[in-house]
Design a protein around this ligand. Structure first.
Ligand code: F41
Length: 322
């Protein structure tokens, strides 16, 4: 059944969605860049639980253990978690999935302990689900047959409540048309060619590059040539290792950044490219380096500007101006 769930911005770094797992409410981070649904659980050391809501399987009448099943995930930012697996009823907005694989954390890395999320809902493709011995389907994959259309959409406006819509697109959340491009899911991501970009009105090519739509990443992460080309146009900008990225004077005049999604450009307004105060009068850039590789990561800052549609028929990804 179609539905919409409110996404609340948290600490400026993620959006959390109140989710019912076996009747227990948890604030979960929806991550289109991974495919595991995992939760803080009573199996964690109690010192890891402070400040978190957590799932207790013995308190759920609908929990079923998957005996011998384990999971262990590592994210590109170096964080990770692991544990065991069961199934339970998961409700997000108006959409219910019975028998959803729920991955209970027995261990989480320190960043998760200090982060507000009580777990994650992975919305990438289950080919990258980490459950052993059998990878498990995502909430969206399980929900698809009950939705009017096999799609979900992310509406994540800057510093304001947003939403995840399941089964339909909501034209009150965007203006103009939704522009779609084919997705190559062979790496398990909502991935597409991203072979050029514009800094202001100057076009640059990045042949062979792809991009992924990743609501689990805060910023926009691109290859070093693109990052250098951008900050070369920001006078006084520099890479500050103590801040962990490019910074500039908060009064700096920033160019727009247009990224190619398939054959179409999405232009991020300059205002969104200043992520905010780093220290004193220096501000942190919303565009940072992805490091090595040719896969750009288009995170929440992208979704601050565009309603993103993840359509399993195709599959395809669509964007429209917020
Ligand atoms: O790791 C993530 C996102 N991740 C989602 C799940 C919670 C923890 C953060 N993003 C990311 C962070 C740094 C990167 C990167 C991606 O690609 C290269 O550098």
């Amino acid at each position: 059944q179609d539905g919409s769930a409110t996404a609340v911005p948290s600490d400026g770094v993620e959006y959390l969605v109140s989710t019912s797992v076996g009747g227990q409410s948890l604030n979960l981070d929806f991550d289109t860049g991974s495919a595991d649904l995992w939760v803080f659980s009573s199996e964690l050391p109690s010192s890891d639980l402070s400040g978190h809501s957590y799932y207790t399987s013995s308190d759920s009448s609908t929990f079923q253990s998957l005996s011998g099943y384990t999971w262990d995930i590592s994210y590109a930012d170096g964080s990770g978690a692991s544990g065991n697996v069961g199934t339970d009823t998961v409700v997000i907005g108006g959409t219910t999935v019975e028998g959803q694989a729920v991955e209970l954390a027995e261990k989480v890395s320190s960043t998760f302990v200090s982060d507000a999320a009580d777990g994650l809902v992975g919305l990438a493709f289950s080919s990258i689900n980490t459950v052993s011995p059998t990878p498990q389907s995502t909430f969206f994959e399980n929900a698809q047959s009950s939705l009017d259309s096999p799609l979900f959409a992310a509406y994540l406006p800057n510093n304001a409540d947003g939403a995840y819509d399941f089964g339909y697109t909501d034209d009150s959340k965007y203006s103009g048309d939704i522009t779609y491009t084919d997705v190559d899911s062979s790496n398990g991501f909502w991935e597409y060619p991203s072979t050029s970009y514009k800094v202001g009105s100057t076009t640059h090519s990045q042949s062979g590059y792809t991009g992924i739509s990743d609501t689990g990443t805060t910023l926009i992460l691109m290859g070093d040539s693109a990052v250098t080309a951008y900050y070369d146009q920001v006078s006084g900008s520099s890479y500050d290792s103590s801040q962990g990225g490019y910074v500039f004077d908060c009064s700096a005049d920033l160019p727009t950044l247009s990224i190619s999604i398939g054959g179409n450009y999405a232009t991020i307004p300059a205002s969104l490219l200043n992520f905010g105060t780093a220290s004193g009068s220096s501000c942190f850039g919303s565009l940072q380096s992805v490091g090595s590789g040719t896969q750009n990561i288009y995170g929440d800052v992208f979704f601050n500007a565009f309603y993103g549609v993840f359509d399993a028929s195709g599959p395809s990804f669509g964007f429209a101006t917020v």
